[in-house]
Design a protein around this ligand. Structure first.
Ligand code: URP
Ligand code: ZN
Ligand code: ZN
Ligand code: ZN
Length: 484
C-alpha cells in the first residue's frame, strides 16, 4: 500500500470503529487492523473522517449586480481544504442573455489549473430559453453537471412559476436535482421600498425587509410546484422554523424534498446587524440571520433529519470598496452585496457545537458535512464515505484542539470573518484528496491545479418514493412521458 493511516477512530455516516485505512493509487483499498504501507500517518487520538464536501459556495462568481466574489478557485479551494473539505461544488451562474454551455465553459476556464481539491458546479439557470430547456440543460447533465439552481427572488436572476415547472420537468427527465433560493420577491420589494422611502437604510433593515413569511411563502410554493410534477427539489439555506417545518412535512409525505441550512442561521442573530457604523453589513446575507429561538429550532431540525446537507453558503464580498462598501460608506442595505464567508469554518463550527455540544452524533456530522451531499449530487460512493474502492478523500481531525477563530486563519481572500473571536474545539489537521496530502501539519502542501473536475452522475434519491398528482397522472401520463 502507498499510504496507511494508522490507529485512528474511523467514522462514516453509519458507523464508528477503530481501524487502519490502506490507500493505493488514490483509493481506499483496505480497512483492517494492523496494516502497513510505504508511508504511514499516525492517527492515534484522532478521528478519521470522509473529507467534507462543501456543496454551497460562491467562487469566482459575479453576483446578480455584477460584483465579483473575492475568492477564486485557488483561494476558495485552499480555504475549503483548511476547513476539512476535499471536494467542493460552487455555482456556474448563467446570467440573462448567456447560453448554458457558454456559462459552463466560462467556469471551466476559471477553475482549471486553480483548485487544490476536486470540484464540480451546480448550474444556476436564470434564462430558461427554449434552447436551454430542450438542448443545453441535457448537455449540461451529460457533461456531469447534474444539479441546477434557480432563484425566486433577485430581479436579475428570478424565474416565474411556469419557468420553474419547466426546469423541474427537464431536471426530472434526466434525473437531475433542482435547488432553489426560496424567498418571495414581492414581499421583499414591498417592505424595502417603504423602508428606504422612510430613510431606514442601515444594515439592520435588511433583516426586516426579508421576513420569515417571505421565506415560508416561497418554500411552500416551491414544494407545491415540485410535488405537482413529482420532481426532486432541495431548498437551500433554510433560515426559519416555518420553512424547516414545510420541508419536514413534505418529507413525511414521501415527496422528494430535501433541505439545507448553514452555520450563519445557527450561530448568528439579527442583533449582529446592529453593530456600530457599517459593521452590520458584514452579517448581511439572504435569507437573513434571525434570532436565538430560530437557532434552537434549526438545531432540532438538524437532529431530526429535516436537513440533508449543511453548507457554508460562502459568498465572499470583502468589507471594503471592492465588496460590501462598493457604493460608499453610507450605502443603503439595498446596495450592499448579500452574503458572508465561512467555507473554512462550516465543519469546525458544526463539530464543536454539534458533536462536542451533544446536539448531533459524529455519524450525523459526517452525513451532513459529506455523505449526503455526495449522494444528492451524484458523487457517491466515489466520494463522501470511507469504503473499499472510494477515493481516498479523508480528513483527520483532532477532536480536542481548541482555537480562537481569526480572519488570518481562514486562508481566503477576505478581510473579515463573521465568526471572529469564537472558541472552537475540534479541527481538521490533515486533509487528503485521492490519497495526496493537501493539508498536513496545519500547512498547505498541495499545488493549485491538482484538483480535478468531477463529472457527477445521477443523484441518488433512494428511499424517497415521490408523490403522484392525480390531474397529471395517469390522465396525461406525465410521469411516463418524461421518464428517462
Ligand atoms: O446572501 C447570500 N446568500 N448571497 C449569496 C447568494 C445566494 O443567495 O445564495
Ligand atoms: Zn441563495
Ligand atoms: Zn448562496
Ligand atoms: Zn495558517
Amino acid at each position: 500500500m502507498d499510504l496507511v493511516i494508522r490507529n485512528g477512530t474511523v467514522a462514516t455516516a453509519s458507523d464508528t470503529f477503530k481501524a487502519d485505512i490502506g490507500i493505493t493509487g488514490g483509493r481506499v483499498t483496505a480497512i483492517a487492523e494492523s496494516l502497513s504501507g510505504e508511508r504511514e500517518i499516525d492517527a492515534t487520538g484522532k478521528l478519521v473522517l470522509p473529507g467534507g464536501i462543501e456543496a454551497h459556495c460562491h467562487i469566482a462568481q459575479e453576483s446578480a449586480t455584477g460584483g465579483m466574489t473575492a475568492d477564486d478557485y485557488r483561494s476558495g479551494s485552499i480555504s475549503a481544504a483548511f476547513g476539512g473539505n476535499s471536494c467542493f461544488v460552487p455555482f456556474a451562474a448563467q446570467h440573462r442573455g448567456m447560453g448554458v454551455i457558454e456559462t459552463l465553459d466560462l467556469y471551466d476556464s476559471r477553475a482549471e489549473g486553480a483548485s487544490v481539491i476536486d470540484y464540480g458546479y451546480h448550474l444556476i439557470v436564470a434564462d430558461p430559453t427554449e434552447k436551454a430547456l430542450a438542448e443545453e440543460l441535457p448537455q449540461a447533465f451529460a457533461r456531469g453537471v447534474t444539479s441546477f439552481k434557480v432563484f425566486m427572488t433577485y430581479d436579475l436572476m428570478k424565474i416565474d412559476d411556469g419557468q420553474f415547472l419547466d426546469i423541474l420537468s427537464v431536471a426530472k427527465r434526466h434525473g437531475a436535482l433542482t435547488m432553489v433560493h426560496a424567498e418571495n420577491s414581492g414581499i421583499i420589494k414591498w417592505i424595502s421600498d417603504r423602508l428606504v422611502a422612510a430613510g431606514h437604510t442601515q444594515p439592520r433593515y435588511h433583516a426586516i425587509s426579508h421576513p420569515a413569511a417571505a421565506e415560508a411563502e416561497a418554500i411552500n410554493r416551491a414544494i407545491t410546484l415540485a410535488r405537482f410534477v413529482d420532481a426532486p427539489l432541495l431548498i437551500v439555506h433554510v433560515s426559519t422554523p416555518e420553512g424547516a417545518g414545510l420541508v419536514a412535512k413534505a418529507r413525511l409525505d414521501g415527496a422528494k424534498i430535501f433541505g439545507e441550512t448553514c452555520p450563519q442561521y445557527l450561530f448568528l442573530t439579527k442583533e449582529d446587524l446592529d453593530r456600530p457604523g457599517m459593521e452590520g453589513a458584514k452579517f448581511m446575507c439572504s435569507p437573513p440571520v434571525r434570532d436565538t429561538a430560530t437557532q434552537e429550532a434549526l438545531w432540532r431540525h438538524l437532529q431530526a433529519g429535516t436537513f440533508s446537507v449543511f453548507s457554508s453558503d460562502h459568498a465572499p464580498y470583502r468589507f471594503d470598496a471592492s465588496g460590501k462598501l462598493s457604493k460608499g460608506p453610507d450605502a443603503s442595505f439595498k446596495q450592499i452585496a448579500n452574503g458572508m464567508p465561512g467555507i473554512a469554518l462550516r465543519l469546525p463550527l458544526l463539530f464543536s457545537e454539534g458533536v462536542r455540544g451533544g446536539r448531533i452524533t459524529l455519524n450525523q456530522f459526517v452525513a451532513l458535512g459529506s455523505t449526503n451531499a455526495a449522494k444528492l449530487y451524484g458523487m457517491h460512493p466515489q466520494k463522501g464515505t470511507i469504503a473499499i474502492g472510494a477515493d481516498a478523500d479523508i480528513a483527520i481531525w483532532d477532536p480536542e484542539e481548541t482555537r480562537t477563530v481569526t480572519v488570518e486563519d481562514q486562508h481566503d481572500n477576505m478581510d473579515y470573518t463573521p465568526f471572529e473571536g469564537r472558541q472552537v474545539t475540534g479541527w481538521p489537521v490533515t486533509v487528503l484528496s485521492r490519497g495526496e496530502a493537501v493539508i498536513e501539519g496545519g500547512k498547505l502542501v498541495a499545488e493549485p491545479g491538482r484538483g480535478r473536475f468531477v463529472a457527477r452522475a445521477r443523484p441518488d434519491f433512494t428511499g424517497h418514493p415521490g408523490t403522484r398528482t392525480p390531474e397529471l397522472d395517469p390522465g396525461w401520463n406525465f410521469g411516463a412521458e418524461i421518464a428517462p
